[in-house]
Ligand binder design. Structure first.
Ligand SMILES: *Cc1c(COP(=O)(O)O)cnc(C)c1O
Length: 408
């Protein structure tokens, strides 16, 4: 048997079934009109924000990385909870605008921004996080043509990365950000050009569970921002410290020690020179805010035996759960937390693999896990589905189409 990932806190059984926000899985599916279904718990998202506010220094704002979950009801919920939204495309700009979010709270990072996207962001009053000098030139030209001083920050490619990070996005040659040594000259040029200068964005990696590694990266990040602002001779109105706060997906993963991260960051900020007293700092988080608040429900269509192994074939799959299938940024496939939702908390009776309905051997949601006996018609739950599920899976593959989504 292969171990399954840890089921996040906050999920109970009612009448032997998984319940989310006090409603059974079958009732949720009935309300949504069928499976496969992503269910996101507003209470769990709120609780996560509360925990972050309690742990982080008061002057550190919380941003939501929209790519983790752009479902409109989630964006509307977040609008009342966080201080900013980080987007990475014109499409996401349209999504946050459709959700009624004030573009003044929106920062747009990401490589390859097209002119139309730059123009939409400048017109709306969002902040652009510049990924290259070329992009800076285009943003300045578009601002001049529109007669608007664009709000610009520089995304810095730091000369360090986040240790133990699942996805490294800083350090060495990268498509993200502008190499630190070239930043002061550009910052001077932007401020000289009369833009609405917003400061630096430094993102060093994702999905770290080690508080010491995050604390070290945050200290390095603050030090780099201070050094670059000094070298450029410009003010630092804002500084986005990146994120990287991870969640436990796999067997043996332990939750991040948030209190330790917050305490260390508090010390770093308290030691800053007086000229940074007005600098607004923020962290940008995706999965940490919403990942554990989401569950993917899918129904068993077939139960079959092959060479003595049990396969539970469900009506969902990697087209909604690319990461759980092990095909999104993982080297060795390990099991996410998966359970038979219709028999939640029941004893383990057999070893079974949960496979999706796609005709590819990649479509595995759980491999050789220990489960109560799953029957045709039972619901299966994949946990940690609130981030990079619906938004980061190839829903059109094999003509399957998107899953249903609901916020409860
Ligand atoms: C994806 C991304 C995030 C969010 O990452 P999580 O691991 O979901 O917290 C934050 N910032 C940037 C720049 C990103 O690309």
């Amino acid at each position: 048997m292969k171990p399954l990932g840890p089921i996040p806190a906050g999920y109970d059984a009612i009448d032997g079934q998984l319940a989310i926000a006090g409603v059974t899985a079958e009732e949720l599916v009935a309300r949504a009109g069928g499976t496969p279904l992503f269910v996101y718990s507003a209470d769990l998202i709120r609780a996560r924000v509360t925990a972050l506010r309690a742990a982080l220094p008061a002057r550190v704002g919380l941003h939501f990385a929209v790519k983790a979950n752009p479902f409109e009801p989630v964006l509307r919920l977040m609008d009342g909870l966080v201080d900013g939204f980080d987007i990475a495309s014109g499409g996401e700009l349209a999504m946050v605008q459709a959700a009624g979010i004030d573009p003044a709270q929106v920062s747009f990072a990401g490589p390859g921004k097209r002119d139309a996207e730059l123009e939409a962001a400048i017109t709306a009053g969002a902040t652009l996080h510049l990924e290259s000098e070329g992009e800076a030139d285009r943003a300045l030209a578009i601002g001049a043509r529109l007669g608007i001083a664009p709000q610009l920050a520089i995304r810095v490619n730091p000369d360090f990365d986040l240790k133990g990070s699942g996805m490294k996005m800083g350090g060495g040659a990268k498509p993200f950000g502008i190499d630190a040594e070239r930043v002061p000259a550009l910052a001077r040029r932007l401020v000289g050009a009369g833009v609405a200068w917003r400061g630096f964005h430094i993102f060093a990696g994702s999905q770290a569970l080690d508080a010491a590694a995050i604390a070290e990266t945050q200290a390095n990040t603050v030090a780099l921002a201070v050094r670059l602002a000094g070298e450029a001779g410009v003010a630092l109105p804002k500084c986005n410290l990146g994120g990287g706060f991870g969640i436990p997906y796999f067997p043996g993963d332990k939750p991040l020690d948030l209190a330790a991260v917050g305490a260390a960051l508090g010390e770093v900020l308290a030691a800053l020179p007086g000229e940074f007293a007005a600098t607004r700092f923020c962290v940008e988080l995706g999965r940490y805010l919403v990942g554990e608040a989401g569950v993917y429900l899918t129904r068993i269509v077939d139960r079959k035996l092959s060479h003595g192994e049990v396969f539970l074939v469900v009506d969902g799959g990697l087209h909604h759960q690319l990461a759980a299938s092990g095909n999104f940024g993982t080297v060795v496939r390990r099991n996410y937390p998966v359970a038979i939702a219709s028999r939640f908390g029941a004893e383990v009776e057999e070893e079974a693999s949960v496979v999706g309905c796609l005709c590819t051997p990649l479509d595995r949601l759980a491999e050789k896990g220990g489960f109560p006996r799953g029957e045709v018609g039972d619901l299966v739950a994949v946990f940690c589905a609130g981030a990079y599920g619906a938004s980061a899976s190839p829903a059109m593959f094999l003509g399957q189409g998107p899953a249903r989504e609901m916020l409860v």
